[in-house]
Write a protein that binds this ligand. Sequence first.
Ligand code: UD1
Length: 425
Amino acid sequence: MEQYVIRGGSELKGEVVIGGAKNAALGILAASIMTDEDVLIENIPNVNDINVMLEAIAHLGAKVDRIDEHNVRINASTISSYEVNDDYMRRIRASYYFIGSMLGKYKCAKVPLPGGCAIGARPIDQHIKGFEALNAKINISRGYLSTEAKALKGAHIYFDVVTVGATINVMMAACMAEGQTIIENAAREPHIVDVANFLNSMGAKIKGAGTDTIRIKGVSKLHGTQYTIIPDQIEAGTFMCMAAACRGDILIKNVIPKHLESITAKLLEMGNVVQEFDEAVRVIGAEHQRHTDVKTLPYPGFPTDMQPQITVALALAEGASIVTESVFENRFKYVDELGRMGADIRVERNVAVVDGIKRFSGTSISAPDLRAGAALVIAALQAEGVTHIDGIGFIKRGYEEFDKKIRALGGVIEYINDPNKSEYA
Ligand code: UD1
C-alpha cells in the first residue's frame, strides 16, 4: 500500500516552483481534439489526472506525442471513435469535457455519465441544459449520455448555478455552433479564462471569459496552435497554507499573484506575512496566528479546493474560526482524520467550528480525496511525531512530486509502498 510517512516539526524554508494548472489542462486537452491540425500544449502538469486524460485522447484515435513530461503534441485528425470508454470516466470525472468538444467538432458524442464523488453529488443538469439550448438532442441510457445535433445553433443560456464544468463544456461546443451564444451567470475561475484563451488561439471567437457573461461567435473550423498553460492556483495556495500552518518561510515561484488574492487575504487576516512579487509570493508563517472566518464561493471568492488546507492552518490559530463550505455539500470528511491528530473541530452540516490547538500529534490516517489529502500532509508536517498517510493515490492525481518538493523545503516526508520499510516508523 502506498503511503507517505512524515515526521513533523522540521523547519520549512526555501523555494518551490509551481506547475501548470491541472484543471485548466483538463479543459484544454479535451478542447485540443477540436482541430485536425497539430496542437502543442506546454506546461502540462505531470499528474495522474492529466495522464489519464491523455490516454483517453489516444484511445479515441488521436496521435498523442508526449514530447517530455510537461509538453505534449496532439493531432486529432485520426480520431475514429466518438465514444469515451467507461474506464476513463471512472478514473477521471473531467472526461465529461469530451461531450462539449466532440459535440462542437463532430456534432455527436457518447460519454459515460459521471457519478457522485467523495465531495458531493455533483449533478450535470446545467451541462445538459446548455447543450440542449444549442439544439443538441440528449439521450441517457445504460449509464451513457449520447448526444447529437444536425446543426448546433447559438443560444442565450442562463446557468442556474455558477458551475465551472458546465461553463467550460458549453463554451467548447458553442465555439463551433452557428451564430452567437451568450452564457449568463458563467463561472469566472482563472482556468475558464485559460481554456477560452486556448480556444481563441485556435481561431474561436470568445469574449468575456473571466466575467459572468461570455459571448461566443461560432466558427466552422478551428486550427492548430501552440499554447502554454497558466500556473496552478491551488498547488500554489497549498504551499501558502503549508508555510502558514508550519510557521515556515516559503517563496512560491511561477504563480499569478492575482489568482491567489482570496488566499492571501485570509493568511494576512490571520497575522501572517505575505509578500507579492511579479510572478511569486512569499509566505512567512507567524508564530501567533489569529482565528478568522472563511466561506467558500465561486471565483473570485475563496476556492472550495483550498478549504481543507486553510482549515488545517486555522486549526492551529488562536481562537475559534468558522469555515462555511457553500460549493459542495460533503467536503468535511477529512475532519475526522484531523480529529485523530488532535484537532478541535465540530461540523454541523456545511459549517465547521474550528478551535485552535497548539500542535497536532502524529498517527495513522487516510486521505479521503485530493485536496483533503494535501491538507492532511500539511497537518502531518506540523505534528509532533510520525504520521502515516495512506490513500495518497488521491494526492498524486493533482500534485506533481509533492513529496520531493516538500523535502526540498526541509520537510521530512518519505514515499513508501510497503509500511514495514519506513525509515521513520
Ligand atoms: C471544478 C473543479 C473542482 C472544483 C470545482 C469548484 C475541475 C476539473 N474541477 O469542478 O476542482 O472544486 O470546480 O470550483 O475543474 N452543479 C450543479 N449542476 C451542474 C453542475 C454543477 O448543480 O450541472 C453544482 C455542483 O454540484 C456544485 C456547484 O455546482 O455544487 C459547482 O460545481 P462545478 O463548478 O461545476 O464543479 P466542477 O466543474 O465539477
